[in-house]
Each structure stands twice: as structure tokens, then as C-alpha cells.
Design a protein around this ligand. Structure first.
Ligand SMILES: [Fe+2]
Length: 237
């Protein structure tokens, strides 16, 4: 759920209203938020900035090949369709509702998921957790460590490929996981942090040790200021 200007609404409600073009305020919200262009974003740090937690070699493949391919495929699939020229968020939302667009959804959702993934990191030692976020984790999970433990458990338990997410759900923080490239919007939840548990995210650096990789990521390279910024956006504080 999101709250802006005193109006609370779920993502599904938001899109229902967007489709009908009945809420000027919500249209403004769309202008501000659902506008990511179909271009692979630059990394917000050097390719070796996350090492040794995530090596430069992993970034070369994960960002340079996999993330780029999600964008390239999305661009190819929307070319000449009514979604050509739409923002990445609009494509994820529209394709997620139409089973015949499953391939487009998989690629567009993964493009968006990886945008968040790279942006939510900071060079080793730079990501101090703000006191406000510590308090939110205590309120929602018991402690910061309990939050991290829950994220890791969700990531380890995800069979095959997928994501473990910290989401804002009905105004509260929650942790859960999704299969393959699915994005939490489909479930009416807002993702604010995601752990990629596809093997391409960790196998070069950790081989089969998914749990260790997830623990290292949570302990060393998260840009917690950015996570809090997203939480504030969705909770509307
Ligand atoms: Fe990935």
C-alpha cells in the first residue's frame, strides 16, 4: 500500500484508477514514479567496488551479460506493439496480467528487479544502517538480525531460481520469496530490497554456498539509506 497526499491505495487499486484516468493526483504519482526508460542503467559504483562479496567477474557477467540481455529482449519484444514507448514499469504491469506475454513479463520484470538489485548496494564498508531503519526492523521482525535471518532463510528455501524480497505490504514490512523473475507487484506488494538467488548471482564467487553469499551481502554491501528511502516512498512518511 502506498500513501500520498493522504490517499492510501494498493498497487492494484492504483492501476485500476490509472486505467480509468479518474484521479489526477494518482496520475501525477505515475508521472513521478513509473517512468524508467528501456535503457540499461549505469552501475552506481565501480565494477570492483563490491569485491570480494561480489567480484568484478560476477558483475561482468551478471550486469554486463544477464541484465543487459533482459533489456535487449524486452526492447525486441515490445517493438511494433502497443507497448513500444511505454516505461519499464508499465510493461511489467501490463505483461504480468496477460499470460500470452509471459516471455515479455519474464524479461521486463527481471530488467526491473536487477535495476533495484544494483542500486541497493554500496561499496564494502559504506552502507551504515540508519537508526530509523533499525527501529523499523525491530518493530517488524524483532531485531535487525532476525530480519537478516528471515531474508536468508527465504533465499535458501527458494527451490531453483528466484528472489527473496523485503517488501512493503499493506503499510508493513515483510519478507517473502518469488520464483524465477517474478516481481512482487504481482502480489500487490512493493519491493524495497531483493536478494537474487539465481546461480548467476553467486556461483562464480561462492559455488554452491548460496547461504554464505546471502549472509555476506546482507552484512557488507547493502546501501541501507536507499532501502529506507524506498520504504519511506511506499509508506508515505
Ligand atoms: Fe540475476
Amino acid at each position: 500500500m502506498h500513501s500520498a497526499n493522504g490517499v492510501a491505495f494498493s498497487y492494484n487499486e492504483l492501476n485500476h484508477k490509472l486505467d480509468k484516468k479518474v484521479e489526477r493526483k494518482i496520475m501525477q504519482h505515475k508521472e513521478e514514479w513509473m517512468k524508467t526508460p528501456l535503457e540499461l542503467p549505469e552501475l552506481p559504483y565501480a565494477k570492483d567496488a563490491l569485491a570480494p562479496v561480489i567480484s568484478e567477474q560476477t558483475i561482468d557477467y551478471h550486469y554486463g551479460k544477464h541484465h543487459k540481455a533482459y533489456y535487449d529482449t524486452t526492447k525486441t519484444l515490445v517493438k511494433g506493439t502497443e507497448l513500444e514507448g511505454a516505461s519499464l514499469e508499465e510493461i511489467v504491469e501490463a505483461s504480468g496480467k496477460d499470460p500470452s506475454m509471459k516471455k515479455l513479463y519474464n524479461n521486463a520484470a527481471q530488467a526491473w528487479n536487477h535495476n533495484l538489485y544494483w542500486k541497493q548496494f554500496a561499496p564494502v564498508g559504506k552502507g551504515k544502517m540508519p537508526a530509523k531503519l533499525e527501529t523499523l526492523f525491530k518493530e517488524n521482525f524483532g531485531s535487525v538480525e532476525d530480519f537478516k535471518k528471515k531474508m536468508v532463510e527465504e533465499g535458501v528455501a527458494r527451490f531453483g531460481s528466484g528472489w527473496a524480497w523485503l517488501v512493503v505490504d499493506d503499510g508493513k514490512l515483510d519478507v517473502y520469496s518469488t520464483p524465477n523473475g517474478d516481481n512482487p507487484w504481482k502480489d500487490g506488494k512493493f519491493p524495497v530490497f531483493g536478494l537474487d538467488v539465481w546461480e548467476h548471482a553467486y556461483y562464480l564467487d561462492y559455488q554452491n554456498l548460496r547461504k554464505k553469499h546471502l549472509e555476506e551481502v546482507l552484512d557488507k554491501i547493502v546501501n541501507w539509506d536507499y532501502v529506507l528511502e524506498l520504504i519511506d516512498r511506499y509508506i508515505g512518511q
